[in-house]
Structures are given as C-alpha cells and as structure tokens.
Ligand binder design. Structure first.
Ligand SMILES: [Zn+2]
Length: 213
C-alpha cells in the first residue's frame, strides 16, 4: 500500500484532529480550525465537514489544510505522527501498473513480429528445399538449398516455442534471439526485392546454366 492508502486505512479525520490538539466533543463535533468558529460546527469522523465554512475532505485533506502542506506532504506527516508503515516505492502506484501493461503489450507485439518473420522464413526454406534441390547427384549444392537443410528444423523449433512455450520461454527466446530474428526479417525483405528483379531479368533470357550438355 502506498502512503495515501495506508494513512486513509489507518487514521480517521477525528483521530488526526485530536492528535493535533483539536477538542472533539461526544457528538463528534469540533470547533473548526479553518474559520473563526465560536461553537463547534465541524463534524469529524472518518472524514470531516464544516457546516460553517463548508470545508470538507478526508484525513489527508484535513492535515494538508491544517499545516499548509500538499497531499503527499500531509500523508507523509500523518504516517510519521501515527507510526504507520507504507510502501515507499508505492507512492505512484497507478504509474507502474500502466508501465507494466505497455511492457506486456510491447512484448506481445515483439512475439507476434518474431513469429511472423520466422513463419515467412520457414516458407522460404520450404520453397528453397525443392526449388534449389540438386537435379544431378554430382551437382554442387545451391547455398539456399544447403541453408534450407541446415535451418529448417531450428526455425520450426523456435516457432514451436513461440506457439506452445511458457511465458518465460517465450520471453527468453525474444531476449536471446530477437535481434537475430529481426536480421532474418530484413534479409527476407531484401530477398523479396531481389527476386522481383531476378524474375524480371529472367523473363527475357534463357537460364545460362540450362543449355549446357
Ligand atoms: Zn469551518
């Protein structure tokens, strides 16, 4: 709990008023310290409300107004005066929650992007495995055919983790292989551009290595 929550949970406006020297009668009424009050016109309970000057609020508002502090200063003072423990890092608890959410979102996007790239790459490997397969036994293996043989199992393994792994395994993969996957992505984009040019060129010419023997 942050300091605001801890104080509000543990101290009422009435307790604070009494602690700070304001006499509260049996009916929970007190002379208002915020205006020139001759007869008790302020109700103090969990919160406070003055029927004379209309001041109103919770225990933190009360201490803030009484000592001219901001909310945080008032809450910290109340915590100190009443010996209340609180999570010092939790002062801005709504912010870390938001940050966590956006981290989760970023992580999810990274995971989806990785998977998309791996999946595209896997399709390419699949294609290269047949497209560049050697036609003759003694033919030198095309590098893309070799790459397909070498990489496919590994890529499928990575995809499998992204699909069925635990959250920790997925995070580990993105931390460890994220950059490598992004490089694969860049290469695929590059290849796609090259292949287009390649195809355009080929359409006008016979393949040079086809007319031998
Ligand atoms: Zn008042």
């Amino acid at each position: 709990m942050n300091v605001f929550e801890s104080v509000k949970e543990n101290v009422t406006a009435r307790q604070a008023a009494e602690m700070y020297g304001i006499r509260v009668n049996r009916n929970g009424m007190a002379c208002c310290p915020f205006h020139d009050d001759k007869h008790p016109s302020m109700k103090v309970d969990k919160r406070f409300h003055c029927f004379g000057c209309q001041e109103d609020g919770d225990v933190i508002d009360f201490a803030a107004k009484l000592y001219g502090l901001d909310s945080l200063g008032a809450a910290v003072k109340l915590a100190a005066d009443f010996g209340i423990d609180y999570d010092r890092k939790g002062r801005a608890s709504p912010r870390p929650a938001k940050k966590k959410l956006s981290e989760e979102l970023r992580f999810k996007q990274a995971r989806l992007q990785c998977f998309r790239i791996l999946s595209d790459y896997n399709h390419l490997l699949e294609k290269w495995k047949t497209e560049y397969a050697p036609k003759e036994p003694e033919e030198e293996w095309h590098p893309l055919f070799v790459e397909a043989l070498q990489k496919q199992t590994y890529i499928e393994y990575l995809m499998d983790i992204l699909l069925t792994g635990t959250a920790e395994e997925k995070a580990e993969l993105i931390r460890g292989y994220g950059k490598e996957v992004m490089r694969i992505g860049e290469r695929i984009s590059g290849l796609a551009a090259c292949r287009k040019t390649d195809r355009d060129e080929r359409s006008g010419y016979a393949r040079p290595d086809n007319d031998s023997r």
